[in-house]
Design a protein around this ligand. Structure first.
Ligand SMILES: Nc1ncnc2c1ncn2[C@@H]1O[C@H](COP(=O)(O)OP(=O)(O)OP(=O)(O)O)[C@@H](O)[C@H]1O
Ligand SMILES: [Mg+2]
Length: 250
């Protein structure tokens, strides 16, 4: 167990989250290795965002635990988990519309606490973040004036400003054009390389998730139904059935 944890950034151990009679997550086990990009897929309502909310401490699971680098964070509050280096984007983008791009990122960065004696200036980091999210030219524009693709990049920029080591991306490519998806994929690879981040990526754009993920976990109706390389998962019959909605029983 301790050996596994040393290599793990995150372990979701047998987590169940209920909403009334609904099991949004049903005994889910997920491990994310340091430096890995884990794809998390599944049909609508399968529990992907709920899993993010459990990891971030927004929801407390009825069963199971969440370990961050071997430390049990299940009972911590969202701000404590954020401070330990877990960042996320929201499925519905919500920047401060009348603030500029730079202000949005700075405000987010204000809440970050330098970790491990690393006291990089917020402004320096801001500059790096603007560059990697390709928002440098938009630095002084109000967030309201950004395109959808730019707003999604700003959402990622704000998450990066908190200096996370684990980043949870929730459908940051929804509504993007083919070319914009390609740019987003490049950006995510760049973020992993430059910042050495571990990521869990939720995405409905299959082409994107298949090309960016080292490994993929598939949820369906709150259960993990498959796990493996993009190739393995795309050839998995249970996965195909879940997506086509012909699942027999449960
Ligand atoms: N706060 C809540 N209260 C009650 N039910 C909820 C709540 N949040 C989520 N659910 C339910 O839990 C299930 C899982 O929802 P979740 O948002 O995690 O799915 P998802 O996989 O993110 O779906 P999508 O792909 O549509 O974003 C759904 O049936 C949803 O209606
Ligand atoms: Mg969701």
């Amino acid at each position: 167990m301790s050996r596994m944890n040393r290599e793990s950034m995150l372990v979701v151990d047998n987590v169940t989250k209920r909403f009334g009679g609904l099991r949004a997550l049903n005994k889910v086990n997920v491990e994310v290795k340091r430096g890995e990009i884990l794809g998390l897929i599944g049909p609508n309502g399968s529990g992907k965002t709920t899993l993010f909310n459990v990891i971030m401490g927004f929801y407390h699971p009825e069963e199971g635990r969440v370990l961050l680098q071997g430390e049990d964070i299940t009972d911590l509050k969202p701000h404590q988990i954020a401070r330990r280096g877990v960042g996320r984007t929201f499925q519905i983008v919500r920047p401060f519309g009348d603030m500029t791009v730079l202000e949005n990122i700075l405000v987010s960065g204000l809440f970050s606490v330098p970790r491990g004696g690393e006291h990089r200036k917020i402004e320096d980091r801001c500059h790096e973040i603007l560059k990697i999210t390709n928002l440098t030219e938009r630095i002084n524009d109000p967030a309201d004036e950004l395109s959808i693709a730019e707003k999604r990049r700003l959402e990622i920029a704000r998450a990066l400003a908190l200096d996370p080591q684990l980043l949870l991306l929730d459908e940051t490519m929804a509504g993007l054009t083919h070319a914009e998806v390609d740019q987003a994929l490049q950006m995510i690879s760049g973020i992993r390389k430059e910042f050495g981040l571990t990521m869990i990526v939720v995405e409905h754009v299959m082409r994107a998730i298949m090309s960016i993920s080292d490994r993929i976990v598939v949820l369906s109706e709150g259960r993990k139904i498959a796990e493996g390389t993009p190739k393995e998962v795309s050839e998995n019959e249970q996965v195909l059935t879940a997506y086509l909605g012909h699942r027999k029983g449960s």
